[in-house]
Design a protein around this ligand. Structure first.
Ligand SMILES: O=C(O)CCC(=O)C(=O)O
Length: 334
């Protein structure tokens, strides 16, 4: 870690330890046997997924598990979110984001002003989501037993203010990540209430996880685009789409190359979801210089600089290394 990253780590009060000393309990007995054919590239056999579920993930790049996260947990996450919005707690390192169309309107000190919380790894209550055994047992099917929680979000999609800014452009999450291999990264996204086409559920393009990482940039939307909402360029708009309508507690796991986004919220309610991107702790950082990820690297470094005045020696990789938290197994690399 560079000196700037070290300062940043201290600033956000992260109690770091050398990776080799960090340990967490595994959540279950694993049996990585080879009873499935080798052509199953995207998942491990942990005795949890059925052959059909594995084949479906291989083919589509996502799997939806109904009723996975208990209602009591979701209600607790909601309360934690509301406490943060009311500014009753201050969470080190947390990014509180506002919808571009609402940010400019009158300031209101409640959830109406907040479209997303990002990087809640220092909030013990919200971070419980990343440690839920119900979730981790599925994550393990994609990452293997050493698991890092790399990126956390609570998305509070607001009622659209008339400018269509509540949409999330189609994108591949890998665009944001300077670590590989992609097949050892997975997103868990849990609906905190009923989500459907009316309030802007997730939309996915099945099978696109088998492609490569494409160029991303801000879409040219008339009403404006939210900060960091890059959209994928050059994908086939005719590709079949699946709208993931989900009930409270349902959870979708998806591959970081899967092209996805979410629609406009046409209701008067806020559409909430909580999510975490997990990666195998055995993943490694890559240099994104000269790749399509250079634009997001620069943007992330600029934000870190503005927030913490660290100078130029903070690296894109550093910003991930200090946010990542081990949730199972051993911190072998990331
Ligand atoms: O929850 C949503 O509306 C979309 C979230 C998403 O795709 C993301 O933040 O990468």
């Amino acid at each position: 870690m560079s000196r700037a990253a070290e300062r940043l780590r201290l600033l956000i009060n992260h109690l770091d330890r050398p990776p080799a000393d960090i340990r967490a309990e595994t959540t279950g007995a694993l049996s990585f046997n080879s009873s499935y054919p080798q052509r199953l590239r995207y998942s491990w056999d942990t005795d949890l997924l059925t052959p059909d579920q594995r084949l479906s993930y291989e083919e589509n790049g996502f799997i939806l598990i109904k009723n996975l996260v208990p209602e009591e947990d979701i209600d607790r996450f909601r309360s934690a979110f509301e406490r943060i919005c009311r500014q009753e707690v201050k969470v080190p390192g947390l990014m509180v984001m506002r919808d571009v169309a609402i940010a400019k309107s009158e300031f209101v000190q409640d959830q109406r002003a907040v479209s997303k919380l990002q990087d809640f790894q220092e909030d013990a209550e919200l971070f419980r989501y990343c440690n839920l055994p119900q979730v981790l047992q599925y994550v393990e099917c994609f990452t293997g037993p050493n698991i890092m929680a790399m990126h956390t979000m609570l998305i509070n999609k607001p009622p659209d203010a008339g400018k269509k800014t509540s949409r999330h452009p189609m994108h591949q999450d890998l665009h944001y990540f300077p670590f590989r291999p992609a097949d050892k990264i997975v997103c868990a996204w849990t609906a905190m209430e009923k989500v459907d086409r009316q309030n802007g559920c997730l939309v996915v393009l099945p099978g696109t996880h088998t492609g490569t990482l494409k160029e991303h940039d801000y879409p040219e939307w008339e009403g404006g685009v939210n900060k960091m909402y890059h959209g994928v360029r050059g994908y086939d708009p005719q590709h079949p789409r699946v709208h993931l309508e989900m009930e409270k507690g349902d959870t979708v796991f998806f591959h970081p190359l899967l092209i996805h986004g979410s629609g406009m919220n046409q209701t008067q309610g806020f559409r909430k979801a909580i999510s975490c991107h997990y990666a195998s702790a055995d993943c490694f950082y890559i240099d994104v210089k000269g790749t399509t990820q250079e634009n997001i690297e620069q943007e992330v470094k600029d934000i870190a600089n503005r927030k913490y005045a660290l100078g130029n020696d903070i690296t894109f990789q550093d910003t991930w290394a200090f946010r990542g938290r081990l949730v199972q197994g051993e911190r072998t690399s990331l």
